[in-house]
Design a protein around this ligand. Structure first.
Ligand code: FAD
Length: 429
């Protein structure tokens, strides 16, 4: 098996596709009895080795759908394996939407929240903050319910927990009434954006930008609510720009840059020129996500929002002066702080900086150089992305790490959900 990025491969002795919660309990009890380990997989879109196991891999692909909804409270209970794009359609039918989402919508909702996946917008926390209750099967096969009001301490430890508390079976989401967004993509000089950064962040519901390395250009992406606007019909230019150029043309460019590494700077400049303006209006669940067909490796760090400009200057300088074999854009997003123990945005409004390398190239020197910068500013990695942390590093940046470990040990005393990667990351024996 391999993850989406194809940087992690593994060979589980068994893959289970349960269709009910009872079956999930049986899988856990059987593994405990046989002294086997379990890892759960969503869609394998994490770049870190979170899903890797030689023992039992559990997929909830056959455990998807809406369990119930409460239209008055705008809440929905969903099965944990539900994919985000399907979830968007299910909520749409209920007249609801999720307040924010990330760049793609193929992940499972449980996988999404378990790594603290996020979109952008200073008013919004990560997607885990949209969760108000969780139900899971712990390492002893027991069904555990926790929420903002019941077992709250455990809930705060489970909202972002990388699959170490157990197998999440149901997720209750606090949604918002259905809404439409207008998305605008444009190219703007970096100086203009940086000198008005706070204005861009305040003025737009969702604001982010990509920097094309070695250029002075930023690709800005904003989206804002539009109440009475019509939903767009199929637009050939948007399709060309967002699907054909960003995937097929970009793939050719990536291969060229791989074969001719000295051309990376030129390639980045060419990519910046290919970006065209996009304007699109539709329902929220159809607007956040794009299709990503070109495979890459990714490291993304969360840094305190107030340190952003300083960190960004260092990142640009390091890339411009370095001899890194890269041309992939660097993505910058903003997220509101939260109170989830292992969330990278724990107790701080944050900025996220994400760097990517085409899948067939060596990412280590580049990622290491940027990781050193992020860590110097109390950076916390996105759990689903590449990082080099161990338990001492994690303890230094997560004040509630011991509390998290205490809850984990109570839910999984025999460490059924601990793999070698998690041992190395969290220090659990
Ligand atoms: C092309 C691409 C674009 C991306 N864009 C974004 C983005 O915009 N924003 C962002 O923040 N991240 C982004 N990511 C990262 C991605 O959202 C996360 O890695 C996410 O966790 C992947 O979801 P998944 O369903 O594939 O989970 P997996 O990668 O399969 O699993 C992630 C974690 O969730 C656990 N898990 C899964 N299901 C369960 C369950 N039922 N119970 C308990 N634990 C469970 C797994 O054990 C694992 O620890 C992107 C990744 C890719 C490849």
């Amino acid at each position: 098996m391999k993850n989406w990025a194809e940087n992690i491969t593994w060979n589980p002795s068994e893959i289970a596709y349960p269709i009910s919660e009872e079956e999930i309990q049986q899988i856990v009890l059987r593994a405990a009895n046989d002294r086997k380990k379990i890892r759960v997989i969503g869609t394998g879109h994490s770049f870190s080795a979170l899903c890797k196991t030689d023992d039992v891999l559990v997929s909830l692909d056959k455990f998807q759908g809406l369990v119930s909804s409460n239209k008055d409270k705008i809440q929905a209970v969903v099965k944990a394996g539900t994919k985000l794009n399907y979830l968007g359609d299910l909520l749409f039918e209920q007249g609801m939407g999720m307040e924010n989402l990330g760049d793609i919508d193929v992940q499972s909702i449980a996988g999404t929240i378990s790594t603290g996946t996020h979109g952008t917008g200073t008013q919004f926390g990560s997607i885990s903050t949209q969760v108000i209750a969780l139900r899971f099967v712990n390492g002893q096969g027991e069904i555990i319910n926790c929420s903002e009001t019941e077992n709250r301490a455990l809930f705060k430890a489970t909202q972002v927990s990388m699959g170490v508390m157990g197998i999440i079976t149901q997720i209750t989401l606090q949604c918002v009434p259905l809404y439409k967004l207008r998305l605008n993509i444009g190219v703007t000089p970096m100086g203009d954006v940086l000198s008005n950064l706070q204005k861009h962040l305040d003025k737009n519901r969702n604001f982010e930008f990509y920097w094309m390395p070695y250029t002075e250009k930023l690709v800005t992406k904003t989206s804002n609510i539009v109440e009475n606007a019509e939903v767009d019909k199929v637009n050939f230019f948007n399709y060309w720009s967002e699907y054909v150029v960003e995937n097929y043309a970009f793939k050719i460019i990536c291969e060229y840059a791989r074969w001719f590494p000295s051309q990376n700077r030129a390639v980045s400049r060419l990519t910046a020129k290919l970006i065209t303006e996009v304007e699109k209006t539709t329902y929220s669940h159809k607007i956040y996500a794009t299709q990503r067909l070109v495979k890459f490796r990714e490291m993304e760090y969360n840094i305190p929002a107030e340190a952003y400009l300083e960190v960004w200057k260092e990142v640009v300088k390091t890339i411009n002066n370095g001899k890194f074999n890269i041309h992939f854009p660097i993505e910058n997003r903003w997220v509101k702080g939260d109170d989830i123990l292992m969330s990278p945005a724990y107790k701080r409004d944050s900025a996220y900086i994400a760097c990517h390398v085409y899948k067939n190239k060596d990412c280590q020197p580049y990622f290491k150089a940027l990781e050193d910068i992020f860590r110097a500013y109390e950076g916390r990695p996105h759990w689903g992305k590449m990082n080099t942390l161990g338990p001492i590093d994690v303890a230094a940046i997560y004040p509630e790490f011991p509390t998290f470990l205490k809850h984990r040990a109570e839910q999984d005393p025999d460490n059924i959900f601990i793999s070698p990667y998690l041992q190395q990351l969290l220090g659990v024996e």
